[in-house]
Design a binder for this molecule. Sequence first.
Ligand SMILES: O=C(O)CCC(=O)C(=O)O
Length: 199
Amino acid sequence: MIAERQYTPNTTSEECLKIVREEGAILLRDFVNNEEQGEITHEVLSHELTPVDRSNHTIPEQFEDIGWQFRQSPPHVFALGRRVCSLVRPELSSWFVNHVRAQLYQPGEVGIEWHRDYKRDLRMVAVASFMGSAPFDIQLDSGEVSWELLPGDLVLMRGALLNGRQDDRPKHRVSAPDTGKRLSIAYRQVASEVPELED
Ligand SMILES: O=C(O)CCC(=O)C(=O)O
């Protein structure tokens, strides 16, 4: 199953969810148009981001970030989150976004090495890309793929419990851009504690 495709207004919630459930992720090219990209980039960069340097940790990571409760996020960031919800929720009404995090990567940094997202990140993790491009590797159920993430791309990844399991969250890593900066914005449903699995 091909997990990378062009987003069009005809892209359905059903086809996206099927691929995320069966493969672990889908890459939708051009989900965010140029105007939205400009507005969001301007909005996020007008805030002060915090440097995060855990390049010597077990899972090395390095970027600048800022996070918001979804309802408190800036207007264009919020509007994009609403658009992501309208794509996902027809087939996954139990998913709602309550947290947004923007991450800014620069050449020479480590990005984020191989990891799974947290068990508290429920059902779906949606990550949109802005400004620059960078390699993104992910272990899909059918094998590892490498995607060059471009401005406007949206990646939807399987979160905990999407398929009733916690540990089928796909492993992935993102590199820093070779040139220029890259911004990503991740929309998540973060549970207040790690959910209990039911038998
Ligand atoms: O910035 C990205 O594109 C991916 C971020 C990521 O992998 C994460 O926050 O877990």
